[in-house]
Design a binder for this molecule. Structure first.
Ligand SMILES: NC(=O)c1ccc[n+]([C@@H]2O[C@H](COP(=O)([O-])OP(=O)(O)OC[C@H]3O[C@@H](n4cnc5c(N)ncnc54)[C@H](OP(=O)(O)O)[C@@H]3O)[C@@H](O)[C@H]2O)c1
Length: 248
């Protein structure tokens, strides 16, 4: 439905889960997708599957918490493919525990990957997108960043921070034709949520009006719209894709 042909997209956290589904969806819509994470083998299988399905994908290994590495990734992408039209800051981790037990390392790891990682991506891509006078930046937040979640002080803070970061940069970059938006997924079936017990999953599903966990493809569909030309008049917004859990 939405056409991304001639577009170059960088998707972080593309080795599995939501990032993999977004990479596949973008590639099916015509974009060249640079699949990014820390695991080369897993990325290569995602890219191989896309390429054998008549899509176009490449692999770049990068830890998003390292600004210099992110800058090298963006430079390499712009030099190799001619532009960076879409950046999805999706890479994320959890280190869940109650605040009483949360170590400084639990805090720093989550903030450095989830929040500083998104800062690094925006900072690295801004110059390229400003020169192009166009671009789409999509940051993956969470319903935990909107409503807070016990046992996730670090994660909720990082995901609320991503929303503030997106609003500030949306205002800074709007005059250059660059949009910055967030998606706040609810409970999506990936490795991140597979760690939960069946009892915990059932309890969460009972709070979801649509009565099921989401799929990575549910998030990829929203990310496709936000990356498209048709979404050109939307910036600074957060789209909850959560089966109706959070209604504001
Ligand atoms: N699943 C949910 O219910 C849910 C809900 C709300 C929000 N989200 C958010 O959605 C995003 C994707 O989540 P998911 O469920 O797909 O998680 P996942 O299956 O655990 O995948 C996480 C991805 O992030 C990558 N990653 C982690 N740390 C990285 C780093 N330092 N540098 C580069 N890549 C890194 C991982 O790759 P490597 O380990 O190979 O580096 C992997 O590709 C995250 O931001 C998450 O917070 C998920």
């Amino acid at each position: 439905m939405f056409n991304l042909s001639e577009k170059v997209a960088v998707v972080t956290g593309a080795s599995r889960g939501i990032g993999k589904a977004m990479a596949e969806t973008y590639a099916r819509s015509g974009a060249h997708v640079v699949c990014v994470s820390r695991s080369e083998d897993a990325l290569q299988s995602v890219a191989d599957a896309i390429n054998s399905d008549r899509g176009s994908a490449s692999v770049y290994v990068c830890d998003v918490s390292d600004l210099g590495a992110f800058q090298d990734l963006i430079k390499n992408t712009a030099d190799t493919y001619g532009s960076v039209d879409i950046l999805v800051n999706n890479a994320g981790v959890t280190r869940d525990t109650l605040i009483m037990r949360m170590s400084e390392d639990d805090w720093n790891t989550v903030i450095n990957i989830n929040l500083k990682g998104a800062f690094n991506g925006i900072k690295a891509v801004t110059r390229v997108m400003m020169k192009q006078r166009s671009g789409r930046i999509i940051n993956i937040s969470s319903v935990s960043g909107l409503m807070g979640n016990p046992g996730q002080a670090n994660y909720s803070a990082s995901k609320a921070g991503v929303i503030g970061l997106s609003k500030a940069t949306a205002k800074e970059l709007a005059s250059r034709g660059i949009t910055v938006n967030c998606i706040a997924p609810g409970y999506i079936a990936t490795d991140m949520t597979n760690k939960m017990t069946d009892q915990a999953k059932d309890s969460i599903i009972s709070q979801i009006p649509l009565g099921r966990m989401g799929s990575p493809e549910d998030i990829a569909a929203a990310a496709l719209f936000l990356a498209s030309n048709e979404a050109g008049y939307i910036t600074g917004q957060t789209f909850t894709v959560d089966g109706g859990m959070v209604m504001i």
